[in-house]
Design a protein around this ligand. Structure first.
Ligand code: ADP
Ligand code: MG
Length: 348
């Protein structure tokens, strides 16, 4: 089922939580909403679910306006961090909850509900645990119960708000792979909220990067990383070094040093040069940044060095391959091999 958001705005008193959001989610898509805390991700998800209403704009499912439908009539499943399981109910009763509370005329028979619950518990690989209580489960198992409960009413749209946020890294990684498979197998359209860029890049067909209630970029995972639309996105989706530079006649200067990097078609004036730790090499001299190594430590098969550059508040972070990396105290010269320029100088 496709989801179309048009001109969605939401204020809380004078504070704009969402400013004019347009978004088209394709049928069957797995979309990640990525952004820092407070960027409006939860508010947007709640508006899609019908738990919150926008001040203006429309929400449509498969072209049909659902903006004024209450949550119960939208047929969306959601797993929100704060929607904990019912502690006093067994796993099976938790999963059956959405079916048991249906109006009598829509409610399946007791046998039908039992069969459906068994099927869902198998689906989330908890077949044997229907009689347990939430307290007797691990965190990962509890989130799978929450997912089974969300799927019980047969939604076509699944909304997940940082569902694995509280779990440890290994369990999270397993669960998100498994979730992606489930999404594909059931033909769902899913929106997954996270502030973890790795999670978003690994899971999603497309990533929506949000900041301050606005969409900064919508793109495939690789492009968000390789072709960030703004300095904010560049910084948010990966590690980055940034350098205040000046562009003059197409040349890019840091202080009185001219760097061998393209000016990305920017007009003359101040700009910020970004490059990632693996996008630089240590060179003997030439058009490079002179620096003093202040830290060197092993990292994923390379050496991560930190190097102080005169006039920069933060050290550069550079990954150096090879058996003889520079040592603390060494004078080096750093040359970016790939970089991006953005026009506005960025505050720290
Ligand atoms: P995110 O999920 O990206 O962290 P939220 O959507 O929860 O962001 O919140 C966006 C902003 O809106 C935050 O600054 C938050 O404090 C504010 N906000 C959210 N819900 C309410 C509310 N019910 N009343 C007042 N402010 C709210
Ligand atoms: Mg949130």
């Amino acid at each position: 089922m496709g989801i179309t958001l048009s001109g969605i705005s939401k204020k809380f008193d004078a504070f704009t939580a969402l400013g004019n959001i347009d978004l088209e989610v394709r049928p069957g898509e797995f979309l990640a909403l990525l952004g820092p805390s407070g960027s409006g991700k939860t508010t947007l998800l709640r508006i899609i679910a019908g738990l919150e209403f926008a001040d203006s704009g429309t929400v449509a499912f498969d072209g049909q306006d659902v903006s004024h439908l209450p949550v119960a009539d939208r047929q969306v499943g959601f797993v929100f961090q704060q929607y904990a399981l019912f502690k006093h109910m067994t796993v099976a009763d938790n999963v059956a909850f959405g079916l048991n509370v249906k109006k009598r005329r829509d409610r399946p028979s007791r046998q039908e509900i039992q069969a459906r619950v068994a099927e869902l518990l198998d689906l989330v690989q908890l077949g044997a645990l229907g009689g347990r209580y939430p307290a007797q489960l691990s965190g990962g198992q509890r989130q799978r119960v929450a997912l089974a409960r969300a799927l019980a009413v047969g939604p076509r749209i699944l909304l997940l708000d940082e569902p694995f946020g509280a779990l440890d890294a290994k369990v999270r990684k397993d669960l998100r792979r498994w979730l992606r498979e489930l999404h594909d197998r059931m033909g769902l359209t899913s929106i997954f909220v996270t502030h973890d860029q790795e999670e978003a890049l690994e899971l999603a067909d497309r990533v929506v990067v949000m900041d301050h209630g606005r969409i900064e970029q919508i793109a495939e995972p690789h492009d968000v990383y390789a072709q960030p639309a703004s300095a904010f996105v560049y910084d948010f989706v990966g590690e980055s070094n940034r350098l205040p530079v000046t562009i003059a006649g197409g040349a890019v200067r840091f202080g009185d040093r001219e760097l061998q990097v393209g000016s990305d078609g920017l007009a003359d004036g101040p700009a910020t040069l970004f490059f990632r730790p693996h996008e630089a090499v240590i060179v003997p001299d030439g058009p490079a940044l002179p620096a003093i190594v202040s830290l060197a430590r092993p990292k994923h098969g390379v050496t991560r060095i930190e190097a102080q550059v005169d006039g920069l508040p933060h050290p550069l972070e550079i990954d150096v391959a090879g058996a003889n990396p520079p040592k603390v105290g060494d004078s080096i010269a750093v040359a970016p091999t790939r970089s991006r320029l953005f026009p506005h100088p960025m505050a720290d």
